[in-house]
Design a protein around this ligand. Structure first.
Ligand code: ZN
Length: 252
């Protein structure tokens, strides 16, 4: 039996643990996308990905939490896209509100433009900001290249975003006992529109909830999607891995 996964959102460039070990132990993970959240982690993501070109890809961008001052590093981020597989992570977070909302929106709008210009996928963080993320993506018309990372939408928002042609990336919360809303939304998503991720080091799936996450645990999220869809784990692994290859070119 040959099951392999792609972890499409794994913050190895923010992690204090040795990435080499985390990558090595994840022996059924054939690809990993490493998103940046600021200039430093974006540079680190590009450098790390260059060491494992067949298996890793870097995304470069400014997280909504870190978006104050994004204009000052836009040229550097833009240059880094030359060696990146995606732009991000970017998006809107109205739950924590670490940055003023108009700053988050300006930064997000610029990332959307950059991804469109470079013809790269866009990795979007969306927390308590469904309406504004929906509006900005639909206005840009860039749906097909948009990945909603750690998607937590229920049936209503999932249905609306489906119409935009976006990809839905599922993380640990779909495995939580509190994840019923997410599971109901996921029932509506055709497997060829779904991806899996860990969001390492955050949001470890069950049965590891609360521990520092690792790419090897992406299989728990995949197994939950298999239960939701009534498919085999092998089918979900094969489909989501093929989707990751199509969207990110990872594994290369
Ligand atoms: Zn993230």
């Amino acid at each position: 039996m040959n099951v392999s996964w792609v972890d499409t959102h794994c913050h190895l460039s923010l992690d204090e643990r040795d990435p080499k070990e985390l990558i090595a132990e994840a022996d059924d993970v054939v690809g990993i996308v490493i998103p940046g959240v600021d200039l430093r982690s974006s540079v680190a993501a590009v450098e790390l990905a260059a060491r494992y070109p067949d298996r890793l890809g870097a995304a470069v961008g400014v997280h909504p939490h870190d978006s104050v001052g994004w204009e000052m590093i836009r040229n550097e981020i833009s240059d880094l896209t030359e060696t990146a597989v995606a732009v991000g992570e970017t998006g809107l977070d109205y739950y924590r509100d670490h940055a003023p909302r108009d700053t988050q929106r300006a930064s997000f709008a610029w990332h959307i433009e950059l991804a469109t210009e470079r013809d790269l996928p866009l990795i979007v963080h969306c927390r308590d900001a469904f309406a504004d993320v929906y509006r900005m993506i639909s206005e840009s018309g860039s749906g097909e290249l948009t990945v909603l990372h750690c998607w937590t939408g229920g049936t209503r928002w999932t249905r609306r975003f489906l119409e935009l042609g976006v990809m839905f990336s599922y993380a640990g919360p779909i495995t939580f006992t509190t994840g019923e809303t997410i599971r109901l939304g996921a029932e509506l998503v055709p497997p060829d529109r779904a991806l899996v991720e860990t969001d390492t080091p955050y949001l470890a799936p069950e049965p590891h909830r609360g521990e520092p996450n690792r790419p090897a645990w992406v299989r728990h999220t995949g197994a939950e999607l298999a239960r939701v869809w009534g498919l085999s784990v092998e089918e979900v692994a094969a489909t989501t891995t093929e989707n990751a290859r199509r969207v990110f070119g990872v594994p290369g």
